[in-house]
Design a protein around this ligand. Structure first.
Ligand code: UD1
Length: 333
C-alpha cells in the first residue's frame, strides 16, 4: 500500500485487468472496465500498472518508483482444470512470480504481505468445520499445490527473517458482487464455479445447471460449501492489513462464514433472489470434488476482529443485481 492511495499492480494473470499473458488463460477473467467502474464507485482515481509478476526487472522498477508499506498479493493463475493440463505454467507463474515478488520486496525494505490463499490447501477434510490447525497439503491439483507451496515459502521466510510479517488468508467460496451492481464476476467462457453458472442460467444465458452428483453423504446428497460474500472477503483484507501493523509475524486465517450450504440450497436461494426458475439436471460427480467443506472462522474473529456480516440472501441478491444489470458481463453491454 502506498499512503492513502493503494497502487494496484498485477501479473498477466486471471486476477489482472487487461491481462496479456500470451501462452495461457486466454479467457482471463478480469477486464480493464472493472477498474474503471471501481474508480466510479470510490470517486477517485486508482493508480494502476500492468506488469508480469514473473518479470523481475518490471517489479524492481515498480518498487523503485513507489514506496509501499505492504503488499496484497493476488496475482496468480487459478483454474483448477487448466492447472492439471499445464502444471509447469502454474508453477512458473504462481511460484516463480511469488519468489520474485518476495525478493523484490526484500530488496526494497518492504516486509509486510497479505497473501490470498485458499481452503483448497486443506484437501479432503478429516473433520469439520475446518480450523487453521487442520492438516494441509493434501491437494490433488497443481493450482491447489501452488497455494500450499506459497504458504510454506512465506512461513519459512518469516521464520528465518524475523522482521517479516505475513497474513495468509484461506478463502472459502467467495460469491456475490458489489451491491451497486456495477462490478462482479465475469468469467470468460463457460463458468467453472457454481454461482456464476447459476446466475447465467437465471438470466437466460445458459439452459440448465449440471449438478455434479447427488450421492454425497450430505443432507440432500449434493456438495456442501461455505459461501462468503465477496465484500466480506474484501473487508477481511483490510483487517489483515491492520494486523500487519502489530508486527504479527506469520499468521493464518480462514475467511468463511462457518455455515455450509448444498448445491440445491444455493439453487433455491438464487430462485428466491431472482424470482426465476433455475433448471438443473443431476449429472455425475466432478473429479476432485469433496462432499463438504466449511470453515471454523473463530480465529479471524478473535485475532482480526473480523466476522462475515452478510448471509445467503444478500449474497444472492447482490449477485442477481450484477447479473441483471450486466447480462453479458463487463465488456459487451
Ligand atoms: C473450486 C475449486 C477450488 C477453488 C475454488 C475457487 C475445484 C475442484 N475446486 O472450489 O480449488 O479454490 O473453486 O475458485 O474446481 N457445482 C455443480 N455444478 C457446477 C459447478 C459446481 O454442481 O456447474 C458444485 C460442485 O460440485 C461443488 C459446488 O458446486 O459441490 C461448488 O463448486 P465450485 O463453485 O466450483 O467451488 P469448489 O469446487 O468448492
Amino acid at each position: 500500500m502506498q499512503g492513502a492511495r493503494p497502487l494496484s499492480a498485477c501479473a498477466g494473470t486471471s486476477s489482472c485487468p487487461s491481462a496479456s499473458s500470451p501462452s495461457i488463460s486466454p479467457g482471463a477473467d478480469a477486464l480493464p472496465e472493472s477498474l474503471r467502474r471501481v474508480q466510479q464507485i470510490v470517486h477517485q482515481p486508482i493508480l494502476f500498472q500492468e506488469l508480469d509478476i514473473t518479470n523481475e526487472a518490471a517489479l524492481q522498477e515498480l518498487f523503485s518508483k513507489h514506496r509501499f508499506s505492504a503488499v496484497m498479493h493476488f496475482a496468480g493463475l487459478k483454474a483448477v482444470g487448466e492447472s492439471v493440463q499445464k502444471p509447469l505454467e502454474y508453477y512458473r507463474v504462481n511460484l516463480t512470480g511469488t519468489i520474485r515478488l518476495l525478493e523484490t520486496m526484500k530488496a526494497h525494505g518492504v516486509r509486510n504481505i497479505v497473501f490470498s490463499s485458499s481452503a483448497t490447501v486443506y484437501g479432503d477434510p478429516k473433520y469439520l468445520p475446518l480450523d487453521e490447525n487442520h492438516p494441509v497439503g493434501g491437494c490433488t491439483n497443481p493450482y491447489g499445490k501452488s497455494k500450499y507451496f506459497i504458504e510454506e515459502m512465506i512461513r519459512d521466510l518469516c521464520k528465518a527473517e524475523r522482521d517479516w510479517n505475513a497474513v495468509l488468508l484461506r478463502y472459502f467460496n467467495p460469491i456475490g458482487a458489489h451491491e451497486s451492481g456495477m462490478i462482479g464476476e465475469d468469467p470468460q467462457g463457460i463458468p467453472n464455479n457454481l454461482m456464476p453458472y447459476v446466475a447465467q442460467v437465471a438470466v437466460g444465458r445458459r439452459e440448465f445447471l449440471s449438478v455434479f452428483g447427488n450421492d454425497y453423504k450430505t443432507d440432500d446428497g449434493t456438495g456442501v460449501r461455505d459461501y462468503i460474500h465477496v465484500v466480506d472477503l474484501a473487508k477481511g483484507h483490510i483487517a489483515a492489513l491492520k494486523k500487519l501493523k502489530e508486527n504479527c509475524g506469520c499468521k493464518i486465517y480462514n475467511l468463511g462464514t462457518g455455515t455450509g450450504y448444498s448445491v440445491l440450497q444455493m439453487v433455491q436461494a438464487m430462485e428466491k433472489a431472482s424470482g426465476r426458475e433455475i433448471k438443473y439436471k443431476i449429472t455425475g460427480r466432478r473429479e476432485g470434488d469433496v462432499a463438504s467443506c466449511y470453515a471454523n472462522p473463530a480465529l479471524a474473529e478473535r485475532e482480526l476482529g473480523w466476522k462475515a456480516a452478510f448471509g445467503l440472501d444478500k449474497m444472492c441478491e447482490d449477485l442477481w443485481r450484477w447479473q441483471l444489470q450486466n447480462p453479458t458481463g463487463f465488456s459487451k453491454n
